[in-house]
Design a protein around this ligand. Structure first.
Ligand code: ARG
Length: 590
């Protein structure tokens, strides 16, 4: 059997899986459910690990095979002939090692150069997804935890968008919780008869939170009033509603500034948006016999969970659980989303586990959590300061995000100026400002994304702004260097793309080429597992492969100049796509 070249989707691993699938069907026709086990190889490019498992399945059942190695040999014999595979070999006890054809690899990279990196986009089986991220709480400060959610959520959304999934980017802001009763009641008490004084006070929303919370915790009478105020607000009382709107508006402007700086797009559908869907949602649960009374409250008990989902409190108020259930109903039924992804700190794990289980109990979601429609909770660790404690400033206060971004930019600007002085380079003020911003903000994002999501990470300007090691600065510089090599050649790279030929003869060229071709399967893995650090690791390895290539293979002025320039360009394109997916603005000059 001969495999056709047009089968190639840009995803090496998938293509090999198809080939080995065909071979398995011929080798063990009685085992149709066996899936190909293809992984990146330890010794060669890829390896297929099916033979050992198959051997234990078929031995003693009158098989023609005498040992696992014989199964591996048969897998090789039955592999369809194709341009992609140069050769296969078997190794004890039954591995199949695959060497790809360098010529075929070169051709695939040439195709990407001509047709664009979009041809390497993963194909996912979902059409529409909701990514629920950032989601700060109105009137409270947006802190580094929300920054983490914003950065991680944006990258997940970008990876899905690249994979041609329609993404609904949702800012599920906390605009409906108990803090409003407290704030509004506090404002009413403080400004009993001056509307305009109250409005001025609201402008400085951040300074309202603390004193009202202190009063809430200390004064029982006030606490009761505040709780009643929430119920009145949730019930639609116009006076409460007006003040609430004003509070939301002010907070919103604060967030908008941060999102604009980070170039993150989000559509606000806050908790209050789902209010009209609550009654029907509760009715549905009730009709299925899932709602119970408990001390005057209406709750839903969930298998294996001690605490129930709180639907209506004894005072008539709704909770975080109520809104999340109504929002899930809306996302599944009105928005027809197949995959709903929530990005929050790991502290909320219990809430999500319970509420997901509730949704399965109602029958909104299938029991198997990998079948669509599907929900996923991306839970991240705490951001710590260099002292290992929660990230705070010197006064142990939460660091406002705007200050944090300013600081990253200022430091990166200072480093750029110093570097320019040493190298006698000139920057225009705009260039300097834009580059400092790209590097500063890029460093903050990358330092966050490069860690495995669930781990806590230490926030350190010095570390993230270092131009050596696994940092955005190092990677952005690497990209700028590649661009300057291409520029120095004086060649029209777009013309070369159309006519030039790429070869991967040198071992370092081949290794770089292979890594470039592994981009598609890497994004697919990072995207389906919801783990952006996989993409960061890939990007860092790419720059390492490039450095080896560049140290050992002369580009400009060599006999292989055209081919090597094309390899440089392909590297720059893949790097830029990685930056794009990580929400980092690339830099072309340093
Ligand atoms: N506002 C919440 C917080 O700051 C996060 C909301 C996450 N999304 C959700 N659908 N529960 O912790």
């Amino acid at each position: 059997m001969v495999a056709k070249e047009e089968d190639f989707t840009g995803n090496l691993k998938q293509q090999l899986v198809k080939l080995f699938d065909a071979s398995l069907k011929l080798t063990v026709p009685d085992e149709p459910s066996v899936k190909p086990l293809v992984v990146v190889g330890k010794f060669e490019d890829y390896q297929c690990n099916n033979a050992m498992g198959l051997w234990s399945k078929v031995k003693g059942k009158g098989t023609q095979f005498t040992r696992p190695l014989a199964v591996a040999e048969a897998l090789v014999t039955n592999l369809p002939t194709c341009d992609m595979v140069e050769s296969c070999s078997v190794a004890q006890p039954g591995y199949v090692n695959v060497v790809l054809s360098a010529q075929w690899m070169a051709k695939s990279i040439e195709n990407m150069l001509i047709n664009g990196i979009e041809t390497w986009a993963p194909t996912l089986s979902v059409k529409r997804a909701v990514v629920d991220f950032s989601s700060p709480n109105i009137a409270k400060k947006m802190h580094v935890g929300h920054l983490r959610s914003t950065i991680i959520g944006d990258t997940i959304a970008r990876m899905l968008e690249y994979s041609n999934v329609e993404v609904l980017r949702r800012n599920h802001v906390g605009d409906w919780g108990t803090q409003f009763g407290m704030l509004i009641e506090y404002l009413f008490e403080k400004f009993p008869d001056s509307n305009s004084a109250m409005e001025t006070a609201i402008e400085d929303i951040q300074s309202l939170y603390k004193p009202s919370k202190t009063k809430f915790d200390a004064d029982l009478d006030f606490k009761r009033k505040a709780q009643q105020a929430v119920v009145r607000l949730q019930g639609g009382d116009p006076v409460y509603h007006k003040t609430w709107e004003k509070l939301c508006e002010i907070s919103r402007a604060d967030y908008a500034e941060i999102y604009q700086r980070l170039r993150v797009e989000l559509e606000e559908k806050g908790e209050s948006f789902y209010k009209p869907y609550i009654a029907n949602m509760i009715e549905e649960l009730n009709s299925k016999g899932l709602v119970e009374e408990s001390d005057g409250a209406r709750v839903m008990f969930i298998k294996d969970f001690k605490n129930p989902c709180m639907l209506v409190k004894s005072d008539g108020g709704f909770t975080y659980d109520t809104t999340d259930l109504a929002a899930l109903w809306y996302r599944l039924n009105e928005e027809k989303a197949e995959w709903i992804i929530y990005v929050t700190d790991a502290g909320q794990q219990e809430h999500f586990d319970r509420f997901f289980k509730a949704a399965r109990q109602v029958g909104w979601l299938p029991d198997n959590d990998e079948t669509y429609p599907r929900v996923s909770h991306v839970k991240f660790g705490v951001v710590k300061g260099e002292d290992g404690k929660r990230f705070r400033n010197r006064d142990r206060e939460i660091v406002p995000l705007a200050d944090l971004l300013d600081e990253a930019k200022t430091r990166s600007k200072a480093a750029l100026i110093e570097r320019a002085l040493a190298k006698e380079k000139e920057w225009t003020p705009e260039e300097l400002d834009q580059t400092a911003e790209a590097i500063g903000y890029g460093a903050v994002k990358y330092a966050d994304l490069m860690n495995n999501i669930s781990t806590d990470y230490k926030f350190s300007y010095d570390k993230m702004l270092n131009d050596k090691g696994n940092t955005a600065v190092y990677l952005l510089y690497a990209h700028a260097r590649i661009c300057s090599i291409i520029k120095k050649s004086g060649k029209d790279i777009d013309e070369l793309k159309k006519t030039g030929k790429l070869t991967l003869d040198h071992a370092n060229e081949r290794a770089l080429g292979l890594h470039l071709l592994q981009f598609a399967e890497t994004v697919e893995e990072a995207c389906t597992k919801l783990l952006p650090h996989i993409l960061c690791e890939y990007l860092y390895d790419l720059s390492e492969h490039y450095t080896k290539f560049y140290s050992n293979c002369q580009v400009n002025g060599s006999a292989e100049e055209t081919s090597r320039l094309l390899l440089c360009e392909a590297t720059a394109i893949v790097m830029r796509k990685c930056f794009h997916l990580l929400g980092i603005t690339p830099v072309y000059k340093i």
